[in-house]
Design a protein around this ligand. Structure first.
Ligand code: HSE
Length: 302
């Protein structure tokens, strides 16, 4: 039996649109084993909408891997325990892609390195800011072209806590991408480039006081704001409650604040959310530092 545990991820961290992402301590777990023939998918935990046929994303990722290595896909049973909410900007699709690649890698005895899987996953997803931290953990800064992806992984300071604010409504990546402009003014390019560099350097050096400015963005947040009721008020309120930096997670609608005053921040935000029309849950999480883990017959492989 193969077991894979994959963390949630927040992409577009601050100004790092399609580039900077971070793994969080929230996980999907999948089990898989070969069977004589056919496909059996059991959803033990997670949304009842998860497909249990060939359109299942873990299975599609497995099929992609087998196609790459030129081998037929064997019959298999997959059991999913999903804890990452869907279409909320927390990398649930990337987690399935990563789980599928790891399962196929182990099942086919290919033993591709993590580095090879990082490249394969980034090309499959089209941007590296979810799949790279999902595979490696920490915060990753990635840049890619059609053949290659270069990245740096940064260990996230242990004293940073992330208030992950998840609403009861969904927002599809397609809809959120359709809201983006085709051109960005030069001054916004300068704004984001300077802040992305400041964010990367500040996370490396641990200069938390820079994060308020280093997490500002003009590439996607202003355009996606109208799709997320109360987004601006929530982020402003988070700052008055002590957040060091705030950002829209992935394509949204989840919002994240970097905090140190974990207990008081949570209490104040829960009170604030009580006055809003939509239901928002606040989870206090830390960064996952190690990325996806794989066990074969209960033995941790990597
Ligand atoms: N970077 C991606 C986007 C993340 O913002 O569209 C969601 O897949």
């Amino acid at each position: 039996m193969i077991k894979v545990k994959v963390p949630a991820t927040t992409a577009n961290m601050g100004p790092g649109f399609d580039s900077i992402g971070m793994a969080l301590q929230m996980y999907n777990i999948a089990y898989a084993e070969e069977i004589e023939e056919g496909l059996e998918i059991i959803i033990q935990e997670g949304s009842p909408d998860i497909p249990t046929d060939e359109t299942n994303l873990i299975y599609r990722s497995i099929c992609h891997f087998y196609k790459e290595i030129g081998k037929p896909v064997p019959g298999m049973r997959i059991i999913q325990q999903d804890h990452i909410p869907h279409t909320r900007g927390l990398g649930s699709s990337a987690a399935c892609i990563v789980a599928g690649l790891h399962i196929a890698n182990a099942m086919s005895h290919s033993f591709f390195s993590k580095e090879e899987l990082v490249q394969m996953a980034a090309q499959l997803e089209g941007h590296p800011d979810n799949t790279t931290p999902a595979l490696l953990g920490g915060m990753t800064i990635g840049a890619m072209n059609e053949e290659d992806m270069k990245y740096v992984k940064v260990k996230v300071a242990e004293n940073l806590h992330f208030a992950v604010m998840i609403p009861d409504f969904t927002l599809s990546t397609e809809k959120a991408r359709a809201a983006l402009p085709t051109h960005i003014p030069l001054k916004d390019g300068v704004f984001n480039a300077s802040r992305a560099a400041l964010l990367a350097a500040s996370m490396i050096t641990g200069d938390v006081e820079n994060l308020s400015m280093a997490m500002e963005d003009r590439f996607h947040e202003p355009y996606r704001e109208s799709l997320i009721p109360n987004m601006r008020e929530i982020l402003e309120h988070a700052k008055t409650c002590g957040a060091k930096g705030t950002f829209l997670s992935g394509a949204g609608p989840t919002l994240i604040a970097v905090v140190r005053n974990v207990v008081s921040f949570r209490k104040e935000m829960v009170e604030f959310f009580g006055g809003l029309e939509q239901d928002w849950q606040v989870q206090m999480l830390q960064a996952d530092q190690g990325g996806a883990k794989v066990w074969i017959d209960e033995e941790l492989k990597y």
